[in-house]
Design a protein around this ligand. Sequence first.
Ligand code: NAP
Ligand code: ZN
Ligand code: ZN
Length: 331
Amino acid sequence: MRTTIERRDLGARDVLIEITYAGICHSDIHTVRGDWGAVPYPLTVGHEIVGHVTEVGAEVTRHAVGDRVGVGCMVNSCRECENCRAGQEQYCLPGNVGTYASVDRDGTVTQGGYSTHIVVDQDFVLRVPDAIPHEAVAPLLCAGITTYSPLAHWNAGPGTKVAVVGMGGLGHMAVKIAVAMGAEVTVLSQTLGKKDDGLRFGAEHYHATSDPVTFEALANTFDLIINTVSAPIDVDAYLGLLRLDGTLVNVGAPPEPLPVRVFALFNNRRSFAGSSIGGIAETQQMLDFCAEHGIAPEVEVIGAEAVNDAYERVLSSDVRYRFVIDIDSLR
Ligand code: NAP
Ligand code: ZN
Ligand code: ZN
């Protein structure tokens, strides 16, 4: 549905962005379907945003009119708590201000990127390196950083074996980034249907999780598993794939609890962890890393009228590998 939303007046430290493309993240779908709780209607979602600066406030120093910029999952944080001071604004203790469905400084509900313009504090606006093709930038602002951050934190690199569970929007970026970091990458997908793509993205191995042999053959193998699945998984089965001191990091966000059998953790001194997007400085690092390594999301560009169909395709794991809305279709 098309509607009109009001953006706040440009403050001294704000940047006005004319949006060109917005990615469709599964989190948008969880949100609008009420998976995570009540929806603060009326709501516009979208937290993978790219566009150009068209106006800057009087005190803006980091961005200039004409710059190509991005906005991800958060648009502010308290900046004072210990996590903010450590550059981990995503873990802001009083809570970061999400790009949509959060309460903004002025008490209004934030509205996301499926829209023509957005006003954002300059500190939460990212510079986009020239090397990244324009229509492929947006998904980096969520899918890119959400996978880059745990891969970097848990030291994916030469000599490490990384498995990526689920090869959708986040999963395909996890594969490309882990490969660029130098890890040996395995994809664990429901079927072998996307095997050629996985190998093209640089994975060395590709297995179907619907085949029980996979869990026997790969027992005690991985240093790091990144789970991107949007639905509950059998955590114990995946923990069994970790070698000594291995970690299963959950970035998928199903609303249901995920039970864990403690003995699956005792064996091999395994860890079960979570990770949420990434800090602003780290997001900039990720954009620069992707530009330097020539990696970008695989996108299918759609008009705004096709969003509902795209949601259905994401829900049936039929995404190759991120839908991106051409915002010109809204103008
Ligand atoms: P997506 O494009 O739909 O990818 C999810 C993939 O998981 C699917 O492509 C599919 O891969 C697999 N999958 C889906 N349903 C499954 C099921 N029932 N059983 C097993 N595998 C299944 O979604 P996304 O945008 O990448 O987001 C993935 C999840 O991450 C969502 O829950 C989202 O909310 C969450 N998320 C978290 C953060 C964070 O900060 N932690 C940030 C962004 C998104 P295969 O076809 O290869 O099996
Ligand atoms: Zn997202
Ligand atoms: Zn804070």
